[in-house]
Design a protein around this ligand. Structure first.
Ligand SMILES: Nc1ncnc2c1ncn2[C@@H]1O[C@H](COP(=O)(O)OP(=O)(O)OP(=O)(O)O)[C@@H](O)[C@H]1O
Ligand SMILES: [Mg+2]
Length: 232
């Protein structure tokens, strides 16, 4: 079956996924601090804006102005899109009831209202942190993700890695609920004096994909994934 693809907008990464994410699927980007989770998600946003799509960006960490500043710093003119096809929303992750209500009840309605075709939640791990028990978190996250699946939009969530395991998200849950999992991490080769960034497409439901670990660089105006190069 030839599934419709939604380009992230990062050339080498889209190539690794057979052209892009599957339309309507849920992707998680997992990485530790500074690996580029926010940067990747903004590329995904900009790609959609350029195509005339409607985008919702939920930030649980950084304020709206900062997100817009990052985009402007990349040389992207976001002004014409703002509050027309680009909706940036900051949620306070310390207020559980408010964040929970806005994410679980208001987000699905907003997606329909603005006909969003791309949604980013950065980082979902701060929302996951709010639950007091593992079983509640599992149940609620499952419901939330399944609720989003009915919508005609492609979702990108970012997650911080577990403190002790760079291959796992903080709560080791989102990777099971997502259709696609992209892992971002630092590689510190013993014979080199600098740190490299490397990514892999760990999982992709309904699609073949590269299983190779590829180096990438965060440049001021773009992300470069060297899909022809090897890290090791
Ligand atoms: N203007 C720039 N030019 C080149 N590299 C940059 C620039 N701005 C940021 N970076 C790189 O991007 C990194 C930050 O990326 P980003 O904020 O996307 O990471 P993150 O995974 O979202 O981090 P966190 O978990 O802290 O939110 C910086 O540490 C830096 O290496
Ligand atoms: Mg970030």
């Amino acid at each position: 079956m030839n599934m419709e693809r939604v380009k992230v907008g990062i050339v080498g990464l889209d190539d690794m996924m057979g052209g892009g994410l599957i339309a309507g699927s849920i992707c998680s980007l997992i990485g530790t601090y500074g690996t580029g989770k926010t940067t990747f998600s903004l590329e995904f946003v900009w790609e959609g804006l350029k195509k005339g799509e409607s985008i919702i960006y939920i930030s649980l960490e950084e304020r709206e102005e900062r997100i817009l500043l990052y985009m402007r710093q990349k040389g992207w003119d976001v002004e014409p899109f703002l509050n027309k096809t680009l909706f940036v929303i900051k949620l306070d992750p310390t207020d559980f009831n408010l964040a929970n209500n806005r994410i679980k009840n208001e987000l699905p309605k907003l997606i329909q209202k603005v006909k969003a075709s791309r949604v980013v939640i950065d980082p979902i791990s701060l929302f996951e942190d709010l639950f007091t028990s593992d079983s509640e978190r599992r149940q609620e996250m499952f419901r939330f993700i399944e609720g989003l699946r009915d919508k005609q939009c492609t979702i990108m969530m970012t997650s911080e890695t577990d403190r002790d395991n760079v291959f796992s998200s903080r709560h080791a849950l989102i990777e099971y609920l997502s259709d696609t999992v992209i892992l971002l991490r630092y590689v510190r080769p013993s014979d080199l004096t600098d740190v490299h960034l490397a990514l892999e497409v760990v999982k992709m439901r309904m699609s073949s994909h590269s299983r190779e670990i590829k180096p990438y660089e965060l440049m001021q105006d773009q992300v470069l994934v060297y899909s022809e190069a090897n890290v090791f």
